[in-house]
Design a protein around this ligand. Structure first.
Ligand code: PMP
Length: 420
């Protein structure tokens, strides 16, 4: 077995404390990565759309074009190349050009942005929405817009990095509860709520981005209500995936409460375009249009992106595409579990396969690549050290043959590396 593993911790700090020391040291890790002909820290680029079947240029083989099966894309609905969404983008680009021309409060607000905002608000059952240039900036905007340094923010331990970064920027004190554990949240609130009379924000992913499990929303909301807190749900991996026709985590549980809840999300995953959103009641949205700095000070999305995103959401609401994704995810998850792989508590399109040994994971990544499968390999500190994994992402367009082929190769991997 080769003695190389990806180490994302190693070069986080400089050995000599200097600014560029860590930058220079990273070169030796990268050199080893390249010697090993890996595609983890650097990628062979796609030379086709990011669909179920892709082509890419093998950077270790004179950029020769190879075909591969995609099991690592966020395009869960497989909708990136769907004809009417592409045509919509072309039609709007021809009329409105390639960019929005300004931040939303100067010249960047156009009819397609407004239409997308009301489409998202309607999808999620809120009054209104704000569009951002990414899900990352939407999360930052929601938190720095709402929270000040005299507030407390309590996070699920597995929340996305953008939620953590927004919290750091807000200057508020931050605490974390055990993953998806209402009792742990309750305990932290019990201990702290009197210390923060100005308010507490509880933050959770709707679907957790690395484990693929769904937040226990009914229990979390009960606790949030008990302490008069505000709840922020990041529906990045829930939108288009769970709930009635992809409406997300509140719909998944048929929850009608909206008052002290703010939902964020991204257009870059199931929706297949780019951009992010916050949706909430009218007063919150009116306020955040001004005080979410990553909206106020950042250029609006191109009109074509807004228009094609709306097209995708309308298709989602009127077709069985979300159902197909669910069926594929269930088939894959059930087959993996019955064969004895550890897939944690995944119930969605994200399915982890725990490998633990990071050296093995590196070798496995090469094996899959050689067999024409693209998927993702996740190392610490993105996940905890004994939880390194293959993270597969299902698509509505995967066929049974695709999934069975993946399993065949995984079984070969298991017989070679022993991963069960
Ligand atoms: N939230 C979660 C849970 C995510 O997984 C991601 C994307 N990795 C984001 C937010 C950020 O979304 P975007 O890629 O649109 O910036």
């Amino acid at each position: 077995m080769d003695s190389y593993k990806i180490d994302l911790q190693e070069n986080k700090k400089s050995k000599d404390g200097s600014i560029l020391g860590k930058v220079n040291d990273f070169q030796s890790q990268l050199k080893e990565h390249e010697n090993q002909r890996l595609n983890i820290l650097k990628k062979s680029p796609l030379s086709s759309a990011c669909d179920r079947i892709i082509r890419l240029r093998d950077r270790f083989n004179n950029n020769a074009e190879i075909k591969a099966l995609m099991f690592g894309s966020n395009s869960y609905l497989g909708i990136i190349t769907k004809t009417n969404t592409v045509n919509k983008a072309i039609e709007v680009t021809k009329k409105f050009g390639i960019g929005a021309g300004g931040v939303p409060l100067l010249s960047g607000t156009n009819i397609f942005q407004n239409e997308l905002e009301s489409t998202i608000a309607d999808l999620k059952g809120f009054d209104d929405a704000i569009i951002f240039s990414s899900g990352f900036t939407a999360n930052i905007g929601a938190i720095i817009g709402l929270v000040r340094s005299n507030n407390l923010i309590i996070h699920d331990k597995l929340n996305h990095a953008s939620l953590i970064d927004g919290s750091l920027m807000s200057g508020a004190k931050m605490l974390r509860y055990q993953h998806n554990d209402p009792a742990s949240l309750d305990k932290i609130l019990q201990e702290n709520y009197k210390l923060y009379p100005n308010g507490i924000l509880v933050v959770t992913d709707g679907v957790f981005s690395m484990d693929g499990d769904i937040v226990n929303l009914p229990a979390i909301i009960n606790i949030v209500n008990k302490y008069n807190a505000v709840l922020l749900i990041d529906d990045a991996h829930s939108t288009g995936v769970i709930g009635d026709r992809g409406r997300g985590s509140l719909s998944h549980y048929n929850i009608s409460q909206r008052d002290n809840i703010v939902v964020t999300g991204t257009l870059s995953k199931a929706i297949g375009t780019v951009g992010g959103f916050i949706t909430a009641n009218q007063k919150i949205i009116d306020y955040l249009r001004i005080f979410a700095r990553s909206n106020m000070y950042s250029t609006a999305l191109p009109p074509s992106v807004c228009a094609s995103s709306t097209e995708v959401i309308n298709y989602m609401k009127t077709s069985d595409v979300v159902y197909k994704l669910k069926k594929n995810s269930e088939y894959m998850k059930n087959r993996l579990s019955s064969l004895g792989y550890n897939t944690l508590n995944s119930e969605t399109a994200i399915i982890p396969i725990i490998i633990k040994d990071e050296y093995k994971l590196t070798q496995i990544s090469k094996y899959f690549f050689d067999k024409g499968i693209v998927t993702n390999y996740i190392y610490p500190p993105v996940v905890s050290p004994n939880k390194s994994r293959i993270r597969i992402s299902m698509m509505a367009t995967h066929t049974k043959e695709d999934m069975d082929y993946f399993i065949t190769i995984l079984e070969e991997v298991d017989s070679l590396f022993g991963i069960k």
